[in-house]
Design a protein around this ligand. Sequence first.
Ligand SMILES: Nc1ncnc2c1ncn2[C@@H]1O[C@H](COP(=O)(O)OP(=O)(O)O)[C@@H](O)[C@H]1O
Ligand SMILES: [Mg+2]
Length: 285
Amino acid sequence: MRNVTDSGVKTLSAHDLRESTGSSTGADEPEAILRLDGVWAAYGQGPAVLEDANLAIGGRQFVALIGPSGCGKTTLLNMVAGFVAPTRGTLLLDGEPITGPGADRSMIFQDDAVFPWYTVKKNVEYGLRFTVDKAERDRRVAELIELVGLAGRENAYPHELSGGMRKRVDVARGMAPRPRILLMDEPFAALDVMTKTRLQEEFLRLWDGSEMTVLLVTHDIEEALFMSDFVVPMGTHPGRLREAVRVPFERPRDPLLRTSSEFQELRQRLIQLLHESHGGSGGAR
Ligand SMILES: Nc1ncnc2c1ncn2[C@@H]1O[C@H](COP(=O)(O)OP(=O)(O)O)[C@@H](O)[C@H]1O
Ligand SMILES: [Mg+2]
């Protein structure tokens, strides 16, 4: 299923995302953490909004789905989160069907999900309040607050924080339960460009020290390229996953990577792929 596109960019079938990590050599039972097989989605009696989605994501991979508004990105994340059931196909997490939400998955949304009536500390520990004892909770929460750069603001309320700081609270809260998979739905889209780039870099540093697999949804090509190991472009009407594009840049990612010619070439290539995915006739190839 491997092929090499004309620009020399290696693309893989969405099914084969795990191959390049070397985490699995056995062909039969791949060690995908998350696996989507022939997944379709529709709302009520309406038409399919997502068609035959196939994807296998290995441990500690960072995968970005990218596509225009309405192509089914949020629907796909909601299915992985267990909020929405597929109309056809299966979603497996560690080999088990996803039947509802669970502590093994956290979601970070575009809009702040922080509770305005809770302090920073209370917000971060929210997902741990029944599952982790107080001493461990305090330790973990303090560590995360430090890591996201909010030490000293533990007792602040969200309205006392900037948009970027509230997003850091969101990130800390999403990571606190130590999910297997962190789902991010356009998490930085509402931030100004400077704050956004800074948070992307900060997030990668956090992620580098963790075991989490990340599935990021974005319509920002630069964000997808800067952050992820694979970018999966999506087409619309109905939503569809295209061939995954491997992002070859070494980690840790250098902030200046964004200005390199390799980065810009890959960006150009993705723009083309996205254009083909929802442009004119015979776009698929
Ligand atoms: N709750 C819903 N009820 C009916 N249609 C919905 C609902 N949520 C999303 N849709 C439709 O499903 C399609 C995909 O939406 P969505 O997954 O939100 O796309 P994206 O996140 O890529 O913008 C859109 O056409 C949208 O209008
Ligand atoms: Mg969306």
